[in-house]
Design a protein around this ligand. Structure first.
Ligand SMILES: C[S@@+](CC[C@H](N)C(=O)[O-])C[C@H]1O[C@@H](n2cnc3c(N)ncnc32)[C@H](O)[C@@H]1O
Length: 416
């Protein structure tokens, strides 16, 4: 039995059943928990994320951040806070590409990577291949924490696949009543048990979003995500919040198609239906309720600007142009294929392109945003700019999707 499971069983024996949110908190972030004790992303992990797939993700975000900096009148300090920064891959890619952009922007950019369990990877602070003491790695300030510990920020709070990993409460509609699903011990095994909701906030949140659960439906309620977004909004004086994750607004989340809820586990790149199994060894996530993030932001002066899919977001920023240019780069065929495969995955509707991007703004201009693709004349200027910039290329620190999926084509036998 894993240490995380032992701790959970002890907690239940001592205090009785626990909420699913408490179970998820302990299984992911408690002693021996999934994120406490491993590096989950990449070839040897359980899944890959956009930053680990290809540096085009970070490069296009750097371009968008540069435009946000300009919209704020090019302040001398532009702080990017990335909660859930993991191994810092995105931070490194953004900073590396920012060096190709406006020099005043690159100087103004301060990058703060925050994580509950920071894991600066091989590209982290000690590395020299990222450009030595003045290189991108040295420009990241790492903080350990679960909220945004800074105040009066001018800049942007940027996160990728953070909110889906926050603990959620689980509920079910049974006999016409809203019940909460707890985790308990039955016949010596972890099991689910329905009971009265642990807090009135659950029904309040569902009610405020106009959610009506039908008989027999199960669902998640992300109270932690709401608190997190309130903290993010409070940390900003002026600026933007970019939240990238999978999920939907409430009206598309609580539907017949998802009547069993969206909590899911991943183990060695395979989805697992039994979320109470392999405690601490398998990842656990739930679709993000973007309505919760919008509501929580609004309470603290953060207005929603756009909610779009990642494919459209990256295409508006110029992904198509980088992909076209990549095809013409004089590279060995395997390298071209590896780059193209990962770049296309970032925008593919059946791949990472199906993720959603929520952009919110607080006391900050939003007209002409490149990612929202508003005016054709701006698009033309943006396109010309991109033509003059280098195409981002896979590095050895990124996941080689081609090698992972088609080892015979990429000339390697390694699999994840
Ligand atoms: C799914 S991983 C994503 C890592 C990275 N953003 C990426 O895209 O590769 C989620 C990360 O968020 C961290 N995390 C979870 N809750 C957090 C919180 N409230 N504040 C900061 N980090 C958190 C976890 O430790 C983990 O490193």
């Amino acid at each position: 039995m894993t240490r995380a499971e032992e701790i959970i069983r002890q907690r239940i024996r001592d205090r009785g059943r626990i909420t699913f949110a408490e179970f998820m908190e302990l299984a992911l972030y408690g002693p021996g928990g999934y994120y406490t004790s491993r590096t989950p992303i990449g070839r040897r992990g359980d899944y890959y994320t956009s930053p680990s797939a290809h540096p085009m993700f970070g490069a296009l975000l750097a371009l968008q951040l540069e435009q946000l900096w300009r919209l704020l009148d090019a302040p001398s300090r532009f702080v990017v806070v990335e909660p859930g920064a993991g191994d810092g891959r995105l931070a490194l890619d953004v900073l590396a590409y920012a060096r190709r952009l406006d020099a005043a922007f690159a100087r103004a950019l301060e990058y703060v990577a925050v994580d509950r369990f920071p894991r600066p990877g091989p590209g982290g602070p000690a590395a020299n291949f990222s450009g030595g003491p003045g290189g991108p790695a040295a420009r990241i300030s790492w903080l350990r924490g679960e909220c945004t510990p800074l105040r009066e920020l001018t800049g942007c709070v940027l996160s990728n696949e953070l909110v889906d990993s926050m603990p959620v409460h689980r509920v079910a509609m049974t006999g016409g009543r809203l019940r909460e699903l707890y985790v308990t011990l039955a016949d010596g095994s972890l099991a689910e048990e329905a009971g009265e909701p642990s807090t009135p906030e659950i029904a309040e949140m569902l009610g405020s979003q106009g959610v009506r659960l039908e008989e027999g439906w199960q669902a998640e309620v992300g109270l932690g995500a709401r608190r997190w977004m309130e903290g993010v909004a409070a940390s900003l004086r002026r600026g933007y919040v970019l939240t990238i994750d999978y999920g939907d607004p409430a009206e598309r989340l609580y539907t017949e198609a998802r009547k069993a809820g969206t909590v899911m586990s991943y183990y060695q790149h395979t989805p697992q239906a039994d979320v109470l199994a392999r405690v601490g060894l398998q990842d656990m996530t739930a679709h993000v309720n973007f309505t919760t993030l919008v509501q929580a932001g609004r309470k603290r002066g953060l207005e929603p600007v756009a909610l779009m899919d990642q494919g459209s977001f990256l295409r508006n920023l110029g992904a198509g142009l980088f992909i076209d240019r990549q095809r013409r780069e004089p590279l060995p065929q395997a390298e071209t294929q590896a780059n193209l495969m990962a770049m296309r995955d970032l925008v593919k509707p059946g791949g990472l392109g199906a993720f959603r991007v929520l952009l919110q703004a607080k006391d900050a201009p939003v007209a002409g945003l490149a990612c929202v693709d508003e005016s054709p004349s701006d698009q033309e200027a943006w396109r010309r700019r991109l033509e003059s910039l280098p195409v981002p290329m896979l590095t050895p620190e990124h996941l080689d999707l081609l090698a992972a999926r088609y080892p015979h084509q990429a000339g390697t036998q390694e699999r994840w």
